[in-house]
Ligand binder design. Sequence first.
Ligand code: 3PY
Ligand code: ZN
Length: 631
Amino acid sequence: PFLENVILHNKFLSGEYNTTFIDQSPELFVFPKRKDRGTKMLSYIGATTVNGFEGTSHRKKPALPKPREPVVKHSEPIPNGTKQLLDAQGPEAVAEWLKNRKEVLYTDTTFRDAHQSLLATRVRGKDLEHIAEPTARLLPNLFSVEMWGGATFDVSYRFLKEDPWKRLLNMREKMPNMLFQMLLRASNAVGYKNYPDNVIKEFVEKSAQAGIDVFRIFDSLNWVEGMKLAIEAVRETGKIAEAAMCYTGDILDPSRPKYDLDYYTSLAKELEDAGAHILAIKDMAGVMKPEAAYQLVSALKETINIPIHLHTHDTSGNGIFTYARAIEAGVDVVDVAASTMAGLTSQPSASSLYYALEGNERKPNVDVQAYEELGHYWHDIRKYYQDFESGMMAPHSEVYQHEMPGGQYSNLQQQAKAVGLESRWDEVKHMYRRVNDMFGDIVKVTPSSKVVGDMALFMVQNDLTEDDVYEKGESIDFPDSVLEFFQGYLGQPYQGFPQELQRIILKGKEPLSVRPGELLEPVDFKDLKENLFQKLDRQVTSFDMISYALYPKVFMDYHQFYEQYGDMSVLDTLTFFYGMRLGEEIEVEIEQGKTLIVKLVSIGEAQPDATRVVYFELNGQPREVVIKDQN
Ligand code: 3PY
Ligand code: ZN
């Protein structure tokens, strides 16, 4: 606009100015050459071939077969499912319908929590979308498919360089019969901190518009005050508000009375009163023992009138037993994953539970054979992501001691490795529990679990004992997340903060006693949109806008990647993570009906400035890109 104003100015138009510097400065006419899509893509493939992908071992691209997939008739109509019930009759009708089912219902988590917990959330949209339609055809009797939210949102942008909204919209098209479920961290949305109220409302509204039907809402401290706004925002969209209480402690252990049966029944009642259509019990670490599940679900059935949805992780190996007891007590829905993406830190296996319920009147109404076939796809695709496996190979009953959530275990392990604590991992796990106890025995789930993890790492790294913290705490600089937690920026823990520790950590800073969202300035979306328009130099969608409000830096980094390389979500997964083998030829469909054929011909010697020329053929024409070798 500035330049336009200049050339339209009357002095410019009438020639009353001196432009001789233009004639004398030929460099003004040298413009950066805008790279075409093909060259951008080759730059990405070249860079990944030479330097590897963050988080994968830098090794030669593995040769893996195409995943097997079930045969389905694409020409036939997709059978109706619960989505049609919600759309026609609304959330209360769905809740009523659920309560009247004899069989237990399934939510399939393969598309979200299973890979968040087993593969560091790294499964790409392309691989999820590929199996979406067969799943919709083969499993129309599921209650819902959990496929969005939690960590998938930022990991999409941050590591996979793809737009999470596109994933949602694409899958929505392929699964028109399924209720889509997401995990919403209440006032933390899909982030790790509290956001202003209007950001939460806008995010919920946009997610509902893009296709989410069931919002599982939890607060990382089970603080109902922090959940009400999100519950209300979901109710206003006409979608299903599933309020979750996070299971912590052990109701069977009388020596640990903080989170006893009464705690949970009162919490459930509060959530029902706050407007929940469904109650979720979120056992994020998988520490709910079978008998506890039976007692808890039985007590809740006596207390509330809304359906109950149970979520656990199979870390200890007891998941099926826990579900079986909960089902006996009348739980309405349970979370499961396709068998080849189940078990360990993921959810229990859908087909194992099916067989475990053989002869039981509550056996789920799903096609177990179809589930097994879908499992073949996941089995094969999982191999593409082997660099992200946690290494846990057997049931891990230690979880009952450290209580780390399934989604955190492998992450914290990576963090420990990054700061040189790989060989002290046992100490970190032990410290995690010590920190929990120091903090007053708190709910540990994103983001409060991150605070506990940060503190545990910090203490092990600095060889600090619990006594050191109390004795020398005044002179210790604690991690920011710990400081913010004790200031009340994540909300208020049940029964408050331990006061002495809070005093030591805050060093005179005043803690909040109100809801953090009340204090945060609302975001001016109009302003933000203009600002973003200047930055992106293109039309700004309302999805971009809310993503930027949640994660400004992550979003801008993604944008910069996109400018440099283009849309790399079109690449097949092995090429995306490992680049290409010498002599290999691949086809890339960059848009419908437009395919590029890429061959990697050779890689030149490293030059003194550490660059290498990578030689390709693009649709038969020679092309080269210069890559900085970072090894
Ligand atoms: C998340 O918040 O991402 C979780 O999965 C918590 O269990
Ligand atoms: Zn979970």
